[in-house]
Design a protein around this ligand. Structure first.
Ligand code: TMP
Length: 218
């Protein structure tokens, strides 16, 4: 998948950073400018992906290991790419995804959280995704203590508790944050890091400014 004319924008970050709200707000902003776009998420951007999501984000954190997790996240991603992301980009739509492959590197990578070796994840990336990558990745950075509190408060109001990763403890989430920041430093041309402690409206303004500058949209 090389000749896309749409743009692929991913939102990344730890728990409770407000990604899904910002994805919706950016989608509305693009609509106002007659830019056709599609919002989606990982895991669970497709019907099969929703079944995988249930397995991945609910239940005991140790019900399977990180290698199994990485394989399932990549199965979800491959289905997502082939049935939704790539066809939409080919039609010229922008695709805004709440999480993509950087989440696997942050949550399942050996170096950041002593889980799966980096090389294994890089190989899985090439098998499932090839040379394709996001045009822009917006990393919403937040102190994990604040993010976890927000995320657990939201989960307490939901019938299905999607808290499998939230239950990994604060150290895991600090490693995760550092992992994301390291990735952003390593690829500054793809990543933009924004402070997710700002109000929803301020953060939206920052995102809109980034998009305007990067892609020349008024
Ligand atoms: P969220 O959609 O509410 O952020 O939930 C998805 C959960 O799955 C979240 O805890 C992050 C985790 N995750 C991974 O561990 N690896 C991945 O590759 C992805 C996409 C998500």
């Amino acid at each position: 998948m090389t000749d896309s004319c749409g743009r692929f924008i991913t939102f990344e970050g730890g728990e409770g950073t407000g990604k899904s709200t910002q994805v919706k707000m950016l989608s509305a902003w693009l609509e106002q400018r007659q830019i056709a776009n599609l919002t989606t998420k990982e895991p669970g951007g497709t019907p099969v992906g929703l079944e995988l999501r249930q397995m991945l984000v609910c239940g005991d954190k140790d019900k399977f290991d990180a290698v199994a997790e990485a394989l399932l996240y990549y199965a979800d991603r491959r289905i997502h790419l082939t049935s939704k992301i790539w066809p939409a980009l080919k039609q010229g739509k922008w695709v805004l995804s709440d999480r993509f492959a950087d989440s696997t590197m942050a949550y399942q990578y050996y170096g950041y959280n002593k889980r799966v070796p980096r090389q294994t994840l890089t190989e899985l990336y090439h098998i499932a995704v090839g040379d394709f990558k996001p045009d822009l990745t917006i990393l919403l950075d937040l102190d994990p203590e604040v993010g976890l509190e927000r995320s657990l408060a939201k989960a307490s109001k939901m019938a299905v508790k999607e808290t499998r990763h939230e239950s990994r403890g604060l150290e895991f989430h600090h490693n995760l944050r550092n992992g994301f920041l390291e990735m952003a430093q390593a690829e500054p041309e793809r990543f933009v890091v924004l402070d997710a402690n700002k109000s929803i409206e301020q953060l939206h303004e920052d995102i809109v400014q980034t998009i305007s500058c990067r892609f020349g949209i008024k």
